[in-house]
Design a protein around this ligand. Structure first.
Ligand SMILES: *Cc1c(COP(=O)(O)O)cnc(C)c1O
Length: 426
């Protein structure tokens, strides 16, 4: 049996961990079946507990731009660990990573490190509220900003003005301050702003969305949001947890030529260790404790292992910026290959792509927002996912997730992947 040991480990895990996993998508609920358990990974490949090898398209959901067990990161982490893992007292490496990030990313002067993307987004919104003195925020249906209360809101029927909680435990009190709009719908945002004049602290979005498949903003939409924020005294918050240091040195701000007011990071900035961060111009960051009154803190924030891993990762990117062209070319190659096979098979599909993010949707119409993304045929997706898994290709186990390519992927890996789709019974 191909997945025998994974299956036994999952059964054991479920006894002690809710659903057997520490993050829900891992449990394969969206695709059926049982998750595989990973023993080790190197470069573009994962190896499971049954010694099956997989070509990996999630890269730990984004961080591993150069592939698994990347030597410069591993070396730094080992060196740092020998000298102590955390002190709760300042270290030089924090400033080194901060300076490097500020040098690489446009339009930011200062950066605060936290331990996850969730924390980064949660803290950034608090800062936006503290800075503007306003309570409400606008978010887009289908955008994910971590699991803190203010963001676990989705449009229920008729809930255009006031969000309704879509996770038990999120209070109506919290939900009422989160206003919902549709991605790529500037008019919808204008209407919300009009209806909530001078009450909105800011607009938060994934500047290239990756949590409802990969969705690229239209020029009109993204420039419109910038203008609207400037006109109305609202802050524009770019959640670059996914796009930061993946779409280019300067992330989506650079790729789309838009300046945001607060930028949030995670994933790549930690090189595979738990790191998040939020950054802005000094004028805004001055409101953060201990310089200002907006409180935010963390026992393990800026610990030397995490900072070392992030510094090694960002240094490699800084010195090898051609990695972004290389990744984009590989992603384009994969796109063409997948499209060709699916077209030959007569399967309706849409493929969205930006840089090294790509998603395949089994539907007829263009995917531009959450509603169009939701129209994908999930039965086809399930067959596709498991067909690929059985042939040693690990894709995101949800139709709403983007693939993240890593530069350890070779063209021969991409060819094997495309070949495997031919064998899928879709
Ligand atoms: C992953 C992600 C987050 C949450 O980051 P965690 O480290 O999982 O808390 C927030 N925003 C976006 C856009 C993400 O992709």
């Amino acid at each position: 049996m191909r997945y025998q040991r994974s299956s036994a480990l999952f059964a054991e895990a479920k006894k002690y961990i809710p659903g057997g996993v520490n993050s829900p998508v891992r449990a394969f609920k969206a695709v059926g079946g049982e998750p595989i358990f990973i023993k080790k990974a190197k470069g573009a490949y994962l190896y499971d507990e049954d010694d099956n090898r997989y070509i990996d398209y999630i890269a730990s959901w984004g961080p591993l731009l150069f592939g698994h067990a990347f030597e410069p990161v591993i070396k730094t982490v080992v060196e740092k660990a020998k000298k102590g893992t955390s002190f709760g007292i300042p270290t030089e490496i924090e400033t080194q990573l901060a300076k490097l990030a500020v040098d690489m990313v446009p339009n930011i002067d200062k950066i605060r490190f936290v331990n996850s993307g969730t924390e980064a987004c949660m803290s950034a919104v608090r800062l936006a509220r503290g800075y503007t003195g306003k309570d409400k925020i606008i978010k887009f249906t289908g955008c994910y900003h971590g699991h803190s209360d203010a963001f676990l809101i989705q449009a229920g029927s008729g809930a255009v003005t006031f969000g309704s909680p879509n996770s038990p435990g999120v209070t109506q009190g919290t939900a009422k301050d989160t206003l919902l709009a549709d991605y790529n719908d500037l008019e919808g945002v204008r209407a919300l702003v009009e209806a909530n004049k001078d009450e909105i602290a800011g607009i938060i979005l994934e500047p290239v969305a990756g949590n409802m498949g990969c969705i690229v903003p239209t020029k009109e939409f993204i420039h419109g949001l910038r203008e609207l924020c400037t006109q109305e005294g609202m802050l524009l918050l770019f959640d670059e947890v996914m796009t930061g240091f993946r779409l280019g040195k300067g992330g989506a701000q650079e790729a789309l030529a838009i300046d945001a007011d607060i930028v949030m990071f995670g994933k790549v900035i930690g090189g595979g260790l738990p790191v998040g961060a939020f950054a802005a111009k000094t004028e805004i960051m001055a409101h953060l404790a201990p310089d200002g009154p907006v409180y935010q803190a963390g026992t393990l924030s800026g610990n030397p292992l995490a900072m070392g891993a992030g510094f090694a990762m960002l240094s490699e990117i800084d010195q090898n910026p051609e990695v972004f062209q290389s990744l984009a070319k590989k992603t384009e190659y994969l796109h063409k290959g997948i499209a060709e096979v699916l077209t030959q098979k007569g399967i309706a599909h849409q493929i969205n792509r930006f840089g090294s993010m790509i998603s395949v949707h089994f539907c007829e119409d263009p995917v531009v927002d959450f509603a169009s993304s939701s129209k994908g045929n999930n039965d086809t997706f399930k067959k596709y996912f498991h067909g690929m898994l059985d042939q040693g290709v690990y894709l995101p186990p949800s139709a709403f997730e983007s693939y993240f390519l890593n530069d350890a992927l070779s063209y021969s890996d991409l060819d094997s992947t495309i070949e495997a789709i031919k064998n899928c019974d879709l």
